[in-house]
Design a protein around this ligand. Sequence first.
Ligand SMILES: Cc1cc2nc3c(=O)[nH]c(=O)nc-3n(C[C@H](O)[C@H](O)[C@H](O)COP(=O)(O)OP(=O)(O)OC[C@H]3O[C@@H](n4cnc5c(N)ncnc54)[C@H](O)[C@@H]3O)c2cc1C
Length: 427
Amino acid sequence: MNIPRTSFPRIVIIGGGFAGVALAKKLSKQEVQVVLLDKNNYHTFQPLLYQVSTGGLEPDSIAYPIRKILKDFPNFYFRLADVEEIDIDKNKVKTNIGKLKFDYLVVASGSTTNFFGNTEVEKHSMAMKTIPQSLNLRSLILENFEEALLTSDLNERNALMNFVIVGGGPTGVELAGALAEIKKGILPKDYPDLDTRLAQIHIIQSSDCILKGMSEKASSKAEDFLEKLGVNIWKNVRVTNYDGKTVTTNTDLTFETATVVWAAGVKGATIKGLDAEDFVTRGNRLTVNEFNQVKGFKNIFAIGDIACMASDEFPYGHPMMAQPAIQQGDQLGDNILELIENKPMKSFSYKDKGSMATIGRNKAVVDLKNVRFQGVFAWFVWMFVHLFFLIGFRNRMVVFVNWVYNYVRFDREARLIIRPFKNKLKH
Ligand SMILES: Cc1cc2nc3c(=O)[nH]c(=O)nc-3n(C[C@H](O)[C@H](O)[C@H](O)COP(=O)(O)OP(=O)(O)OC[C@H]3O[C@@H](n4cnc5c(N)ncnc54)[C@H](O)[C@@H]3O)c2cc1C
């Protein structure tokens, strides 16, 4: 991998997401050698993926080169590498570009879409966890409209314009709101010869409310906003299968559709060698102690989505969100330095800064620690927070300008089929 051996201890970080980047930033001015490995050369701001999928933002504005984030740090090395295995006996990682020994290893590999073992659903539905997946979804949505325009078969046209989102969490809600705005603002302009009333957007939620992790008020208000936008919400309904044409559920409800977006859950992205039952717990996450040390190890840590730190307050680990990932990365930076100096480490304590979701133009719900609000002000807060946490001045500017433009013009100019996605109804 062409990384020199120095007298400094070598800390290998797998993953340049929120957790890995926070840790690398913390460590890179210290007397340690930091090697960050990621299969992408960019950091992805996942909370805005749905805007890429719906043509509101270009993908480049929510991605940032990892090398640039850490360019000023002398002992920092980035390698574009897919980590295939962790050799826990020899303290080595095996990657597609070679092997590397570590003194300390931090797994920050995040999570992947959880289809709960349903391979048929996995084969036919769309995930939205990465930029390429979001671009696939964007192409599919637009290709569906183009095909709907051509077909004379009404059932096929309905299926092409029927969008089913499985999961009523923030991702499902935000995507449904954006699709509803496309239906209202873009379709009539782009496809004047298509009966755009046929476009239906459905959210299927297995429990009795959407935005389950948020307050009752936020959940009911979001539902209200979505219903006003024409989104159909099906609660207490669980998807049992999707064969590429029909969604079946545990009730009599079925949906004929060419597009199913699976936003019903994620699971830890474990890596071979550290994926045995001894280390892995609920949600395929690695069991860690209060210092983020993986169960049974002193020098192997896990942070962010992949880590499950169970406590009385969080019996199933912290929520798989950006804030726990950032805070764990930040704190582990201090703790590793303490460990190197044989000093006691500090237990991690999560500072919950609240949660929020946007449903569309002027519509958002915000739950902070002591205050909850919804509507226009919440929408401005949502925008400000997302701009603040985006990495890179250019990205912030581009996103801000896009949002202003979209707001003023009721538009989404990135509705481009750059890389066509094979239409599943036809092939
Ligand atoms: C659509 C969507 C919307 C979201 N919205 C919100 C939101 O509004 N608010 C919020 O707080 N959270 C949100 N989240 C969740 C949030 O993005 C995650 O909790 C957060 O990204 C976790 O950070 P992480 O560093 O653990 O993992 P990630 O950010 O996922 O980073 C993991 C990194 O590891 C790399 N990697 C994985 N495996 C390997 C390997 N084997 N070899 C090399 N590299 C590897 C990946 O390429 C990636 O760069 C959203 C997530 C999604 C998908």
